[in-house]
Design a protein around this ligand. Structure first.
Ligand code: ADP
Ligand code: MG
Length: 330
């Protein structure tokens, strides 16, 4: 009788599409490669991501949602349409789908409207825009409808968002533009300063994932990294250790922990006590940075739990939201 219900996590680093009854059907980096001469899309998603830092002058590789805001609307729209068309068969549009889209927290009303329009244009019957912390909490398995405080920390590519939720709504929230991308950038800067070596953002991300840590206690792993020597101008390779990456990340991970602390300061006492009983739940790819949970525990004294399938929480929550959403109000 009804068409499909679709949930989309329009993240700054990754876009995920969930279809009710089928689960997550698409997971791609939020990247678009565009031909500068005619504005046409060349590649989208993983194929476009592979081009980062490697394209000739006539191609532009864009991450249209960088920093938690839609910095390039037309590219965002093209990307969204491309992915929706990819996963939803044409014949399904006979019974138009209902789509819930979760956008980064910094997005303005105008941008929300624009995302809604883009989803309508590809054939949605109804489009709801969801607040990210709500989706993250539902996806992490938290029953948000209870009169009980829950805290969710979502660390993505562009922003780290902390929210206290009770009775289905956000009571306190904090968002900072310090997350995965800033971690990568801090590594680039550190290596440039210490070794006069310029590395690309994708190399920095690999270093972060493989040997990065935020914890005092860590295994000192070593990784070879190559880039361009800024003195000689020639390619060069150096060995980097976890200790160095921990140092490089110190300031940014401290900012994340500080933001959690600040959220607690704004939280009403009853809710704070619920949270301290049950712990804080962390979602998003950035929560996988080794030792970040330990660091936040140490700075706040509250237990931190990394959600299961943390990279998918927002998409799963957005998908489930479609079912409980009051569509007469969107
Ligand atoms: P967004 O919601 O903004 O799209 P995601 O939740 O998909 O972001 O997380 C992407 C971020 O998570 C990237 O910055 C990526 O480098 C980081 N990330 C993914 N896996 C790991 C890992 N194992 N360790 C540290 N960071 C990670
Ligand atoms: Mg996200």
């Amino acid at each position: 009788m009804f068409g499909m219900d679709i949930g989309i996590d329009l993240g700054t680093a990754n876009i995920l599409v969930y279809i009710k009854g089928r689960g997550i059907v698409l997971r791609e980096p939020s990247v678009v490669a565009i031909n500068r001469d005619n504005g046409k899309v060349i590649e989208v998603g993983e194929e476009a991501r592979k081009m980062i830092g490697k394209v000739p002058a006539n191609i532009e590789v864009i991450r249209p949602l960088r920093e938690g805001v839609i910095s390039n609307f037309s590219a965002t729209e093209k990307m969204l349409k491309y992915f929706i068309n990819k996963v939803v068969e044409r014949k399904s549009f006979f019974l138009k789908p209902r789509i819930a889209v979760c956008v980064p927290s910094g997005v303005t009303e105008v941008e929300k409207r624009a995302v809604k329009d883009a989803a309508m244009q590809v054939g949605a019957r109804l489009v709801a825009i969801i607040e990210e912390p709500i989706a993250a909490a539902i996806g992490a398995g938290i029953d948000i409808t209870k009169a009980r405080g829950s805290m969710v920390i979502d660390i993505g590519g562009g922003t780290s968002d902390v929210a206290v939720i009770s009775l289905g709504g956000i009571v306190v929230s904090n968002s900072i533009k310090v997350a995965g991308d800033v971690f990568d950038d801090a590594i680039v800067k550190y290596i440039r300063k210490k070794y006069n070596l310029l590395i690309g953002e994708r190399s920095a991300e690999r270093v972060k994932i493989e040997i990065g840590t935020a914890d005092e206690k860590y295994e000192d792993n070593i990784m070879k990294i190559s880039g361009r020597n800024l003195v000689s101008g020639l390619p060069k390779e150096v060995e980097i250790t976890s200790r160095e990456i921990k140092e490089a990340l110190y300031e940014s991970v401290s900012a994340v922990a500080e933001s959690v602390h600040a959220a607690f300061e704004k939280t009403p006492p009853e809710l704070a006590s619920d949270i301290s009983d049950r712990g804080v739940v962390m979602t998003g790819g950035g929560s996988l940075l080794h030792g970040l949970d330990k660091l936040i525990e140490k700075r706040t004294g509250i237990k931190v739990i990394i959600a299961e399938d943390t990279l998918s929480c927002v998409a799963l929550g957005t998908g489930k939201y479609v079912e409980i959403c009051d569509w007469s109000k969107v």
